[in-house]
Design a protein around this ligand. Structure first.
Ligand code: X2X
Length: 340
């Protein structure tokens, strides 16, 4: 009897100390998912995060990057689910690609919500960003920092776009959220949703006439070489990137290592955002010039020219504001109005 009690006491002691044991069981390698590789700010951001983590944890956390969303066979709209399930350990992901699972992330894709970088920063660095991180936590991942894919400009192979009428009947490849279908349909165009992996052959074969992506993606992927001759700078949406970790993986790390991974994400995010904006500002427009140098006509729309686009997509904004959550959209509008 006494012996059994003793054994039970030992077992109990073990049970208590087990979580501490489990915590020290690090994997030899952690898998980081991104859509784009190191020819793009996005992939450079992922690479930098991995490098900083290795440094700051003295090699305890070893991250390998898998670009091309290869851990989900290129289907970027399945990335978020794969992070939750642990198929992916960490990710630097676009708000657009995760919005099918996290409807609040459609916020950034509301047409013409974000007039400038200050507006985007007001969201990610302000109250709206905090709320969105809470939403992500509720969805079972640990969000750590923001980065940027960028303002998404429209390109096509047919002719210059200056008015919505110029888009009429044109076939566009659009990204994973149905919001994009609604926006392009409202403008009279003909949108088709497909992954980034499928987009490039579809542009090359002429199956679609156009696409929309940040300038750094257009340049990095050499989209001019698949017949895209016209780019219109309209800044209708921007997608931030979010640095996240799978919850179980996060909980398996010591507090000191968690802090290191978070600090690394914040730093990599800042550096990556600066890269994503390079050459796209009033003081330095070299990124547009780089596009022009490949023979692409770059058209910049004035406020007056943007007005009809804004007006025609307003019903899409109102419809999706309900899905995203009217309070969150109000918070975002408030943060943007107060931007400095
Ligand atoms: O698929 C796209 O257009 C891209 C690369 O920008 C995203 O992953 C959102």
């Amino acid at each position: 009897m006494k012996k059994t009690l003793f054994a039970a006491a030992i077992a109990a002691a073990f049970a208590v100390s087990m979580p501490a044991f489990a915590q020290q069981k690090y994997q030899p390698e952690y898998r980081l998912s991104t859509v784009l590789g190191t020819a793009f700010p996005w992939g450079k951001g992922g690479e930098r995060w991995a490098e900083l983590v290795k440094d700051k944890t003295q090699g305890r956390i070893n991250i390998k990057m898998y670009p091309g969303t290869s851990l989900v066979a290129g289907d970027q709209t399945r990335e978020f689910t794969a992070i939750r399930q642990g198929v992916i350990d960490l990710a630097v992901g676009s708000s657009i690609n995760w919005s099918p699972q996290v409807k609040e992330l459609n916020l950034f894709s509301l047409p013409f919500l974000l007039p400038d970088y200050k507006a985007l920063d007001a969201l990610t660095q302000g109250q709206t960003g905090k709320e969105l991180f809470k939403v992500l936590e509720k969805n079972g991942v640990v969000p750590l920092a923001w980065g940027e894919n960028g303002y998404r400009e429209i390109s096509n192979s047919k002719h210059e776009i200056r008015t919505p009428a110029d888009m009429k009947g044109m076939k566009f490849r659009v990204v994973g959220s149905p919001l994009f279908n609604d926006t392009f349909t409202a403008l009279g165009a003909n949108p088709t949703q497909m992954s980034w992996a499928d987009a490039q052959p579809a542009l090359a074969s002429g199956a679609v006439d156009g696409q929309e992506n940040p300038v750094s993606v257009f340049t990095g992927a050499k989209i001019h070489a698949v017949g895209q001759k016209y780019m219109t700078v309209w800044g209708y949406v921007a997608d931030p990137l979010i640095f996240v970790v799978n919850k179980k993986v996060w909980e398996s790390w010591s507090k000191a290592d968690q802090d290191a991974v978070r600090e690394a994400a914040v730093q990599a995010g800042k550096e990556e955002t600066a890269l994503a904006r390079k050459g796209l500002t009033a003081s330095d427009s070299s990124a547009y010039k780089e596009v022009e140098a490949t023979g692409v006509k770059v058209t910049r729309l004035s406020e007056a020219e943007l007005a009809p686009f804004r007006q025609m997509t307003r019903p899409v904004y109102d419809k999706w504001a309900k899905t995203i959550g009217p309070n969150l959209v109000k918070q975002a509008e408030t943060d943007i109005a107060a931007r400095k």
